[in-house]
Ligand binder design. Structure first.
Ligand SMILES: *[C@@H]1O[C@H](CO)[C@@H](O)[C@H](O)[C@H]1NC(C)=O
Length: 90
């Protein structure tokens, strides 16, 4: 009878220890998954920031190019007005 109680108690202890070990390993895997998720999120945030900065640079470049074209068009128009004026005044 005492032997049976001891065996049951031993089995229970082993079972509990195994459960603890499994729980510990599950916790570790959860922490690892969280860390990986955090790193992925941080990388994604950095990439989004970089993409936003590049998009802003592209917008700025487009704006500058538009302004240069307008200035060039205005200069050409002014030149042709000058030419026309020179033609008629000569
Ligand atoms: C990632 O972990 C760091 C440090 O614990 C924390 O400051 C940061 O807010 C976390 N990033 C995200 C996206 O949860």
């Amino acid at each position: 009878m005492l032997l049976n109680v001891c065996l049951i108690f031993y089995s229970f202890s082993a079972f509990a220890a195994e459960q603890d070990a499994m729980e510990e390993s599950a916790m570790l895997r959860i922490e690892e998954a969280k860390t990986n998720a955090n790193i992925s999120m941080e990388l994604a945030i950095e990439k989004r920031k970089r993409a936003q900065a590049l998009a802003q640079n592209a917008d700025l470049a487009t704006y500058k190019a538009t302004m240069l074209i307008r200035i060039a068009e205005a200069a050409l128009a002014a030149e042709s007005v000058d030419n026309a004026a020179a033609y008629f005044l000569d």
